[in-house]
Ligand binder design. Structure first.
Ligand code: MEV
Length: 327
């Protein structure tokens, strides 16, 4: 059996979506693929990937891990543990996903073209691709994305449904609280992403930082209005750029754009482009993961590479959400 799920990029509404504002995200061509070789006689699961050593877990140990991690999350909610400490290693999250439904014994190989921990939704995508190998795949899309979010909570803490919705449904999604819809926004030319590097802090940490500093702020109304306007004026190219610039300034205000990334955005803006971080960003360190750039001109790719010293990647929408083939 083969299963897959796409990564995502947030067009507008990261962080504010956690406080009930609407957000827009797209599923992208970068994806996670899981290949399952079932072993009918086996009593264990072996996980392997390009980024970690082969790891085995007995099927009988999965419920124990599940209980441990559920308790750890309760302790996080009670303020007794930090979000970073919940998973002893990345494979704990993967075994947790496979503990939720009777998992097939066998070898699960994970191949990902999504850079980990840098705003492209790698956690949600790997969770969704693994869930597609289980009975979760038979659930409705609404139930499936809630399951993805449920697992992702171990990494993102008190996050939103946004990443889970984008990788479950594919295309462009609008999320506000538990309301999810697909929207038609043409992803015409001029959209790029630049990976500014893996942040020093995890998404869960940044979400908690923002909650502590701005959880009760009125700034979320400004984000909310902005996302509404972006959706409404999508076809107006100059408004699109202006709204992206305003979005960047709001993200700076909540402290998730490192100075180095702000300096790069200033250079892009000075040359006529617009950019903002996409994803959690970072409240410390120099890197903020993905930078979303809108700069519709002929030489954008070269100009961006020269300004940033990094390789820009043109955005390609994935219409396909999480899915599988074979049994
Ligand atoms: C992370 O991709 C987006 C955040 O808004 C967190 C969330 O929505 O769960 C920062």
């Amino acid at each position: 059996m083969k299963a897959q799920a796409p990564g995502k990029l947030i067009l507008s509404g990261e962080h504010s979506v956690v406080y009930g504002a609407p957000a827009l995200a797209i599923a992208v061509r970068e994806k996670v693929e899981v290949t399952l070789e079932p072993l009918s006689e086996g009593a264990s699961i072996t996980l392997s990937s390009d980024s970690f050593d082969e790891t085995e877990c007995a099927l009988s140990d999965l419920p124990v891990l599940q209980t441990q991690l559920d308790k750890a999350y309760e302790a996080f909610l009670a303020g007794e543990r930090s979000i970073n400490g919940l998973l002893a290693c990345p494979t704990d999250l993967l075994f947790y996903v496979l503990s939720l439904f009777p998992a097939q014994p066998g070898r699960y190989h994970i191949h990902s073209t999504i850079p980990a921990g840098s705003g492209l939704g790698s956690s949600a995508a790997v969770i969704a691709a693994l869930l597609q190998t289980t009975a979760a795949a038979e659930q409705s899309a609404t139930e499936f994305m809630q399951l993805v979010r449920f697992c992702e909570r171990l990494q993102h803490g008190r996050g939103s449904l946004l990443d889970a919705a984008a990788c479950t449904l594919g295309g462009v999604v609008r999320v506000q609280n538990d309301q999810v819809s697909k929207v038609e926004l043409a992803m015409d030319g001029g959209w790029y992403r630049i990976n500014t590097g893996r942040p020093d802090c995890s998404t869960g940490e940044v979400v908690e930082y923002v909650r502590q500093c701005h959880g009760k702020s009125s700034i979320w109304t400004e984000f909310s209005d902005l996302t509404g306007q972006l959706e409404q004026h999508w076809s107006d190219v100059s408004q699109r750029s202006e709204l992206l610039r305003i979005n960047h300034r709001l993200l700076q205000k909540i402290g998730v754009v490192p100075a180095e990334v702000s300096a790069l955005v200033a250079k892009i803006e000075a040359r006529g482009g617009a950019a903002k971080i996409s994803g959690a960003g970072a409240h410390r360190g120099e890197h903020a993961g993905q930078l979303l750039v809108y700069w519709p001109e002929e030489e954008t790719e070269n100009s961006l590479a020269a300004l940033s010293g990094l390789q820009p990647v043109r955005l390609v929408l994935s219409r396909l959400g999480a899915c599988h083939e074979g049994n």
